[in-house]
Write a protein that binds this ligand. Structure first.
Ligand code: SF4
Ligand code: SF4
Length: 268
């Protein structure tokens, strides 16, 4: 691999903004990473025949099937996540046409903020919780119609055309990640169709990912200056998310269940 390619931002790292004061050149959010991301518009630029200055963002053409070569995942740094901040929640709602949560017991929530406090030490944490995109998803195991399914790239979805609203998946999910849609929708995003009587949960913003984009929550967290969320390809040893997972201690929530989660946490 050429020097220029080694230095390029890996195509499967999607962290939209650099973190302030952070973390050395190898980090995805370093100045170098930011410059490489910004340079995506120059993706065709070559230093010499056959050597790209930056890799082209990995948008999946519609006529190509999803591949298991990629496994999309997210790493959430709880030391950066701010208590009281709900930018990720708002961005998710806006992106996916969810109305503001006024009845938390019944309104659809694809991502929610959780504040935790260790009663012995007083140590407090704030973190977002959403579908963990399990490699062995119980929601898929129990679904009687096949509406709950996992794509080859690890994204777990619900096919609204097949979902009968039995809610078995909601009972099976250990993370309370799924919601039942009780009320009719009036203002939907055409890219994210929803339906009364169906179950739904975080899609990892699959409509964005398939275009080579970044989930809305990740983008909003970066825009707020917190940079607590990193999205990328867990199968790519050179991706920023894989490197970070090798560098620091990360946690899968309820790792004892051995579901092999796509969402990992740092700092808990
Ligand atoms: Fe299914 Fe819940 Fe796992 Fe998401 S977190 S894949 S909804 S079991
Ligand atoms: Fe919502 Fe997209 Fe973030 Fe999932 S990845 S919580 S759908 S904004």
């Amino acid at each position: 691999m050429s020097e220029s390619m080694e230095r390029a931002q890996p195509a499967n790292d999607r962290h939209p903004l650099p973190r302030e004061g952070d973390r050395g050149e190898g980090h995805p959010t370093s100045r170098r990473g930011f410059l490489a991301t910004s340079a995506a518009a120059l993706a065709g630029l070559t230093l010499a025949p056959g050597i790209r200055l930056v890799e082209i963002a990995a948008a999946k053409p519609d006529n190509e099937p999803v591949t298991a070569k990629v496994r999309w995942g997210m790493l959430i740094d709880t030391t950066r996540c701010q208590s009281g901040c709900t930018e990720c929640v708002s961005a998710c709602g806006k992106e996916n046409g969810l109305s503001e949560v006024t009845k938390p017991r019944t309104d659809a929530q694809w991502i929610r903020k959780i504040d935790l406090k260790d009663l012995k030490t007083g140590h407090a944490l704030s973190l977002p919780m959403m579908c963990q995109h399990c490699a062995h998803p119980p929601c898929v195991d129990v679904c009687p119609t096949g509406a709950s399914f996992k794509r080859a790239d690890g994204i777990v979805l619900v096919d609204r055309h097949i979902c009968i609203g039995c809610r078995y998946c909601m009972m099976a999910c250990p993370y309370k990640a799924r919601s039942f849609v009780h009320e009719p929708h009036t203002d939907q995003n055409p890219e994210v169709p929803r339906g009364q009587g169906c179950v739904e949960s975080c899609t990892l913003c699959v409509h964005r990912v398939d275009r080579g984009g970044t989930p809305a929550c990740v983008e909003a967290c970066a825009a707020a200056g917190h940079n607590a969320m990193l999205f990328g390809d867990l199968n790519d040893a050179e991706s920023a998310i894989s490197k970070r997972i090798r560098e620091v201690k990360t946690t899968q929530v309820r790792a004892d269940l051995k579901l092999d989660l796509g969402v990992r946490y740092e700092g808990i």
